[in-house]
Design a protein around this ligand. Structure first.
Ligand SMILES: Nc1ncnc2c1ncn2[C@@H]1O[C@H](COP(=O)(O)OP(=O)(O)OP(=O)(O)O)[C@@H](O)[C@H]1O
Ligand SMILES: [Mg+2]
Length: 474
């Protein structure tokens, strides 16, 4: 299976949760002061705004766990500000404060989505209890959101983001073919989302309750591919001390994802073609065919038509696979998808690392839209993850994005969380990451050949395989 450079937890132990951030909006200076002191004393990080306009400005630039909002203010009143906040962030938790706690105004605020309200003058304990409850509610909403997106990402095209016309065309095709048995060939440059699409197809088919079986054809030594795919009878080759089930049989009744299909050796291509044509396979060392019933999804970043023309890929197999062709356009041809993708990855990375989400400044968003992003969506995801961890303020600026990207990709890049200063932990992280990146690079350069990679790395093949498993590089 293709190895995703999935975000790794920076540390084994989670760092203590950062303080909750509260925005206090009130036109009366002394109320702002009192709330700031009271809440600051409890360890909350408090920001204040003296009117609605200022509140909206601060809200646009920073993520707050809670907004405490005065109902009566000159110019923009509390209800209007509430409406705008919730429009921008539908899950934003807001508590209203009012000196004229009429039932009607309170009700109208609750209807607009305020979590609770407090009457002025208020007692300290009263405020603190409401704040605690409101923050608890916010955490629950965030958990729900995370669960929802996890469930979705497994079962829904919702995990594939893109509103560009090019991606809309892709969704149209996916909707039509997902729940069929049609063979799909997914093409596109590295990092454009081929594996993501393959999974989405499987999980939107009636086979979704069966496991999605994936194999990276480039990662298996040529001599072993046949038995990997079709299985092998006991004694069929030296070391075959028992019968091996191949991936075709394993995936029977489900979907088989053949990643990097362009790397398949020609002899194996012939056998694959037969399997697709006949719906039958033969285990290595057996003569009787066995029926299999599976849906094939294949992917490649090569131009298979050109490969076929050059004699490196069987043309008949190409046509067999390309019953439905799905081409994922490179990110540079659909810059309008970048802001959405960026917001999605910032949220995802914040959840993975259990830290507060940050926002992307307009300039940073522009800069991303103009960046070459040769590694496509994967590169965008990595840039944002690093910027989230490394930037100092609550807003990510262009400098945060490209400071780390640096020259040529030769250097080993390690992200150390800014709040981490335990030297042993940092060194361990650096050495783990360095190891991982070098193994990744050498494996890539050796086309996944573990024997050659181990030789170059100066470790045994067995040690390399253990590391590959530990690091999840399969
Ligand atoms: N449209 C998208 N919406 C959300 N996430 C995406 C999208 N496209 C790609 N990604 C994410 O980008 C990363 C790379 O995607 P994926 O592994 O599917 O690419 P790929 O085309 O298979 O790349 P490669 O050819 O290098 O194997 C993954 O983390 C994936 O979830
Ligand atoms: Mg892939």
């Amino acid at each position: 299976m293709a190895a995703n450079p999935s975000p790794q937890r920076p540390m084994n132990q989670p760092s203590p949760a950062p303080p909750a951030r509260i925005l206090v909006v009130d036109d009366e200076e002394h109320i702002r002061r009192v709330l700031e002191l009271m809440l600051g004393h409890q360890g909350y990080a408090v920001t204040t705004a003296g009117n609605g306009g200022e509140a909206l400005e601060k809200f646009a630039a920073e993520v707050f766990d809670l907004v405490i909002l005065d109902l009566r203010m000159p110019d923009l009143d509390g209800i209007t500000v509430l409406g705008r906040l919730r429009e921008a962030e539908p899950d934003q938790v807001v508590v209203m404060v009012t000196a004229y706690a009429s039932v009607e105004t309170a009700l109208s605020a609750m209807k607009q989505g305020a979590f609770d309200y407090i009457g002025k003058p208020f007692k300290e304990e009263e405020i603190l209890i409401v704040v605690q409850k409101a923050l608890e509610h916010g955490r629950m909403l965030a958990d729900n959101r995370r669960l929802r997106s996890e469930v979705q990402s497994r079962h829904d095209f919702g995990s594939i983001i893109g509103h560009s016309p090019a991606m809309q065309r892709v969704f149209n095709v996916l909707r039509k073919v997902a729940d069929t048995k049609a063979t799909v060939l997914i093409t596109g440059e590295s990092g454009t989302g081929k594996e993501l699409v393959a999974r989405a197809i499987h999980y939107n088919s009636r086979r979704k309750d069966r496991p999605f079986v994936a194999v990276n054809c480039a990662a298996i030594p040529a001599t072993l591919i046949e038995s990997e795919l079709f299985g092998a009878a006991k004694g069929s080759y030296t070391g075959a001390d028992r019968t091996r089930l191949g991936l075709f049989e394993e995936a029977s009744g489900s979907s088989l994802f053949l990643d990097e299909i362009g790397e398949l050796p020609l002899e194996v291509q012939a056998k694959l073609l037969r399997a697709l044509q006949e719906g039958e396979i033969k285990r290595v060392g057996e003569t009787a065919p066995r029926r299999v019933d599976l849906r094939i999804i294949a992917a490649t970043n090569k131009d298979l038509a050109a490969e076929a023309a050059a004699g490196r890929f069987r043309e008949d197999l190409y046509y067999r696979l390309n019953v439905i062709g799905v081409h994922l356009p490179p990110l540079r041809s659909r810059p309008e998808d970048i802001p959405l993708l960026a917001a999605h990855f910032l949220q995802k990375a914040a959840a993975t690392h259990e830290i507060k989400p940050k926002k992307l400044s307009r300039a940073a968003c522009e800069a991303l839209s103009q960046a070459p992003l040769k590694g496509n969506v994967r590169e965008l995801e990595n840039l944002l993850e690093q910027a989230l961890l490394m930037s100092d303020g609550p807003v990510i600026e262009p400098a945060d994005l490209f400071a780390l990207a640096g020259g040529g990709g030769q250097d080993v890049r390690v992200v150390v969380p800014p709040q981490e200063d335990d030297l042993k932990k940092v060194l361990k992280l650096v050495s783990q990451k360095t190891e991982e990146q070098i193994i990744r690079r050498v494996l890539g350069e050796e086309n996944g050949n573990r024997t050659r990679a181990a030789l170059r790395l100066g470790i045994s093949r067995r040690a390399l395989i253990t590391k590959i498993q530990e690091l999840g590089l399969e």
